[in-house]
Design a protein around this ligand. Structure first.
Ligand code: ADP
Ligand code: ZN
Length: 600
């Protein structure tokens, strides 16, 4: 096991539970592995497949990725192949022949292949060392990525009872885990559950005021030249945001389900292959993003659930280097999502579930506690109170008594919506509290209300924050297409002084940025190493182009950083660097050392 780890993959030690998992599977045991993205799941089946007799069969829904995965393995000297619908007959025959001749270590299969009897017959004729079921949450019916094809995987056990199976996933609440085990007939499998913490990701959630300007500032000050993903809810806003970034000199492309298949494929391929490209996407972009060096994930709209948020932000920093998860959210998001839920198809139970998901997401946004602790707590994991690498830890937000402010707002809403039966949104209520004599205020004689002008102690932005938080706490609700504010069954407890309201007060703006920059600095290269790293990146881009593979397939950023710091002079020294295995050394060693020598 260890010999394979160092010779083939070039790593010196196992990470987390890798050793225990690999031991178990090499010994013929079934396993269910829950590990966050970037945790190192692939080695858990790749090494057993190399150690055990026969071919490891990997079922994966990520068809677009198979070519890259197989290229990366072949680059390491592993004999890998795949079978999926993108191949023509001849290509398929070639792989099948290799499989039957025992000339493969790993065979990647799209799940729908396993519904075809001829594939099953093929597998019967070869020798299988293990089945790996990647992205196992696809079998869970209530998840985001449900694949009907995955349901057929339960037959693997019946047809090949003596072949060990290992199912792996990065998303699983308690309920999903049970569902996966049950549907894949893995009830007796040993479960390996790693911490879901992604310590290298810095979580930040900010109040949205001018989202594009805020986004631009993030990119300019912290992520110049980095690869990243920006998520928006609508197709139109992905296009507009990408255009805006391009107009600001940032290399950005859109991605959404409305683009034709060829453009989508081309944009995804560019993102995987190129360094420093930004993709602006709807959630349709995600499956198949195996790129290790995504440095930031930004959300311009509120995700609908904490699971979705965790999964999307999880695409940042698979390589373990510092990365940012940044979300801008505002009042409009809450109004819009609540409306979407109210008008959605499906029964009351479905709406209630969606509504619970949204509440959990809002609670994460409005917390004054550590974001990471709250996020992990949502997945049933206990952690330290303060992680030191999220915005609330870096610049603690204050929790203040907001009962009086809440009463003022709720009483304005009461007068408008319940006494006068008028339909007004947050804007009008805030204008009234601030005592603004706008035409709309005069027209409806709202300046005669007792609450007119009673809220001048807060700014407009602060009042919007109050509205948002009361919505999040269900002390206020929105109705109809225009976001009319109305009271809820709990509002009266506040108005009747029977309930205290805690509100989050946003920290000063200047502080988080400073703290964030300090947090990044620790992981930064020394000043002398920076130009070397850039030079190596250029070498890697040229090499990747020649080989027609993504840049990270040649070497990961982490490996290039180590090279830039250690400056190896001989192949032996280069071979000791993490990520440089036997095959890579033979293939790229000379060229890389020559590139380094150019700098002398
Ligand atoms: P996952 O599939 O869990 O998201 P991967 O298997 O892609 O994660 O691994 C994430 C990254 O960590 C990859 O770049 C991989 O090469 C690296 N990695 C995995 N195991 C080790 C290890 N034991 N030592 C060093 N790097 C590792
Ligand atoms: Zn924290």
């Amino acid at each position: 096991m260890h010999e394979v780890l160092s010779r083939v993959f070039g790593y010196d030690s196992f990470r987390g539970q890798q050793r225990a998992i690999i031991d178990h599977v090499v010994g013929g045991g079934d396993a269910l592995v829950l590990m966050p993205t970037g945790g190192g799941k692939s080695l858990c089946y790749q090494i057993p497949a190399l150690v055990r007799d026969g071919v490891g069969v990997v079922v994966s829904p990520l068809i677009a990725l198979m070519q890259d995965q197989v290229d990366a393995l072949r680059d390491l000297g592993v004999r890998a192949g795949f079978l999926n619908s993108s191949q023509d007959h001849d290509e398929r025959r070639l792989v099948e022949a290799e499989f039957l001749a025992g000339e493969l270590d790993l065979l990647y299969l799209a799940p729908e292949r396993l519904s075809v009897e001829s594939t099953l017959a093929l597998l019967d004729r070869g020798r299988i060392s293990l089945f790996a079921i990647d992205e196992a949450h696809c079998v869970a019916q209530w998840g985001h990525d449900f694949r009907p094809d995955y349901l057929t995987l339960s037959m693997l056990h019946e047809r090949w009872p003596s072949v060990p199976r290992i199912a792996l996933t990065a998303t699983a609440t308690e309920a999903t885990r049970a569902e996966i085990a049950h549907r894949l007939r893995l009830d007796d499998a040993r479960q390996f559950v790693a911490s879901f913490d992604r310590p290298n990701i810095q979580y930040r959630i900010v109040a949205k005021n001018e989202p594009r300007r805020q986004l631009l500032e993030l990119l300019r000050t912290e992520h110049e030249g980095d690869s990243g993903i920006i998520y928006c809810l609508s197709r139109a806003s992905t296009e507009k945001t990408a255009d805006f970034l391009v107009s600001q000199g940032i290399d950005a492309i859109p991605y959404h389900a409305g683009l034709d298949a060829a453009t989508r494929r081309a944009n995804q391929a560019r993102f995987l292959r190129e360094d420093g490209l930004v993709v602006v996407a709807t959630i349709a972009f995600g499956m198949g993003i195996d790129k290790p060096d995504v440095r930031f994930v930004a959300h311009l709209d509120l995700p609908k659930s904490v699971e979705g948020y965790y999964q999307e932000t999880g695409r940042a920093g698979r390589d373990g280097l510092p990365s940012t998860a940044w979300l801008a959210y505002g009042l409009q998001d809450v109004v819009q999502l609540r409306r979407m839920i109210d008008t959605s198809e499906g029964d009351a139970a479905h709406r209630r579930r969606q509504s619970m998901h949204l509440d959990a997401m809002l609670a994460l946004c409005e917390t004054v506690e550590c974001r990471r602790a709250q996020l992990l707590g949502y997945f049933g994991e206990r952690s330290d109170d303060r992680c030191g690498n999220c915005d609330t830890c870096l610049t603690p937000a204050e929790s203040v008594d907001g009962t009086i402010a809440a009463q003022k707002l709720l009483s304005a809403v009461y007068r408008l919506a319940h006494e006068r039966r008028q339909k007004f949104g947050a804007g009008q209520a805030i204008d009234i509290l601030l005592g603004r004599s706008t035409p709309k205020v005069r027209q409806h004689r709202h300046d005669e209300l007792t609450v007119f002008g009673v809220g001048t102690e807060l700014s407009e932005a602060e009042w919007r924050g109050v509205v948002r938080q009361l919505l999040a706490q269900r002390l206020l609700a929105v109705e109809g297409d225009y976001g009319t504010l109305v009271l809820t069954e709990y509002s009266h407890e506040v108005l009747g002084r029977r309930r205290e309201v805690r509100l989050r007060r946003e920290p000063e703006r200047a502080r988080p940025r400073q703290a964030a920059r300090r947090a990044d600095a620790a992981a930064e290269l020394s000043p002398e190493a920076v130009p070397v790293f850039e030079h190596l990146r250029a070498w890697r881009a040229r090499t990747a182009k020649e080989q027609e593979v993504p840049a990270y397939v040649v070497f990961h950023d982490a490996t290039l950083r180590q090279v830039a710091t250690d400056l190896p002079a001989t192949p032996a020294e280069l071979g000791r660097i993490s990520g440089v295995g036997e095959n890579k050394l033979a293939k790229y060693g000379e060229s890389l050392l020559a590139a380094l020598a150019e700098l002398d």
